[in-house]
Write a protein that binds this ligand. Structure first.
Ligand code: 13P
Ligand code: 13P
Ligand code: MG
Ligand code: MG
Length: 399
């Protein structure tokens, strides 16, 4: 009898499920190239041992030097217990990273003590509470050597561009469009815009990808299968805003639900078939192409890049994950990889020049201001130096 009651409670609790994806760079080998397997294993061991009654399932993965924890639970977003598991797992992994002298051990753990919520402490967080469907397929995208705004282009393509996602035209549930939650990460403000009605306004903002970032996408209330649901979420944490200086890029991740009234798996993947330019790469200071890769190529060697994206495909049922599928491990993406290689050859020839190197405003949080600082007293006003020169000439004339 007791068992039956517990089972009912379980179903009731699982009516809503939360997917929490939390990631951090806690040390890399040899530079910012890739993770060290024993560190990943320690993070996995810690999460496994401490998941207890809190997590119904989890998956640990990585891209480049960033370890990624995908957790399934029923505690909602911003759960202290869930965030604490991730924070303490990263702490445990950092101890292993330090013991072998990994580069940048504990890089993204910017605060000493956990104070109830991992946001603002360094790790990137993408969480959504969902009403799971009979089949709940979703994709986790992870990027290294770039910033949260790198997701603006592909998320727009998936949920608002009918040339990428014909479902927007031919599936009656998608035809109504979606609602985008946009964050101005400089001003700390947000706005909701509805597509297709506000596509031009949306693009006016999200084209400025270092200021406006897509945080979430929702279905509209007219969606027959899944009204008013959060269907995509992106990490938007800016490390430099927390640390006040460059401590590595804010390599982002996203969770995107797919199928039945949402972009099909292949429509979500198609958004990465063109290697668009993103900011990040070497020292977080360069523009370069985003290369879609399978897990086996998740290693940032050339000029610490080029920036990359990995995609993992899951289905979720009764709190349990099945998968993942390594989504970009497909020869159909060879063309995108080849083109990213060609763009790399082309743009690298520019060395330290813009627009390969980022514009001045975005170099503010790098080490460049330190180089320029020593010249600040040597600069003269151009007008007065012309006058000075003129005076010199006229004194000579009278001699
Ligand atoms: P669903 O609407 O059943 O998700 O099918 C769309 C699809 O997968 C076409 O590729
Ligand atoms: P990460 O942000 O991936 O640590 O890379 C930092 C860097 O400076 C690469 O050159
Ligand atoms: Mg790093
Ligand atoms: Mg990284």
């Amino acid at each position: 009898m007791g068992k039956i009651i517990r089972a009912e409670l379980y179903i009731c609790n699982m009516a809503k499920v939360t997917i929490s994806h939390i990631k951090a760079d806690i040390g890399s080998l040899p530079g910012h190239t890739t993770v060290y397997e024993p560190v990943v294993a320690e993070v996995r061991r810690y999460v496994k041992e401490h998941s207890g009654s809190i997590l119904s399932d989890f998956y640990i993965s990585h891209i480049g030097d960033d370890i990624q924890i995908t957790m399934i639970h029923d505690r909602g977003i911003d759960s202290e217990e869930v965030h604490r598991i991730a924070w303490d797992a990263f702490k445990a992994g950092t101890a292993v990273a330090k013991s072998v002298g990994l580069y940048g051990a504990g890089q993204d753990l910017l605060k000493d003590a956990f104070s109830g919520n991992i946001k603002g402490m360094g790790p990137g967080v993408a969480e959504m509470e969902i009403t799971p469907r009979k089949s709940e397929p979703f994709l986790v995208y992870m990027m290294d050597k770039t910033e949260p705004g790198a997701f603006n282009y592909p998320i727009y393509k998936m949920f608002a561009d009918p040339f990428n996602t014909p479902g927007l035209v031919i599936d009656p549930n998608m035809h109504e469009g979606f609602t985008f939650e946009i964050w101005d990460i400089i001003a700390g403000k947000k706005i909701y815009l509805s597509t297709p009605e506000n596509i031009y306004d949306l693009l006016a903002m999200i084209g400025s990808k270092s200021k406006y970032v897509i945080k979430r996408v929702y279905t509209k209330s007219s969606h027959e299968k899944l009204p008013d649901e959060n269907v995509a979420v992106i990490t938007t944490d800016k490390l430099s805003f927390i640390a006040g200086e460059y401590v590595g890029k804010d390599d982002p991740a996203a969770v995107v639900r797919i199928q039945s009234g949402l972009p099909a798996s292949g429509e979500a993947m198609e958004a990465f078939s063109h290697p668009f330019l993103v900011s990040g790469w070497m020292r977080g200071s360069f523009n370069g192409p985003l290369m879609p890769v399978g897990m086996k190529d998740s290693k940032m060697t050339r000029f610490d890049g080029p920036p990359r994206v990995v995609g993992l495909g899951f289905v979720l049922k009764d709190g349990k994950l099945t998968g993942p599928v390594d989504m970009f491990d497909d020869p159909a993406f060879d063309g995108a990889r080849r083109k990213a290689g060609e763009i790399t050859e082309y743009i690298r020839r520019m060395g330290p020049f813009e627009p390969h190197r980022l514009p001045d405003e975005e170099m503010e949080y790098t080490t460049l201001p330190k180089v320029l600082d020593k010249f600040k007293d040597q600069f003269e006003m151009i007008e007065s130096s012309i006058k000075k020169k003129k005076n010199l000439v006229s004194t000579k004339d009278t001699d």
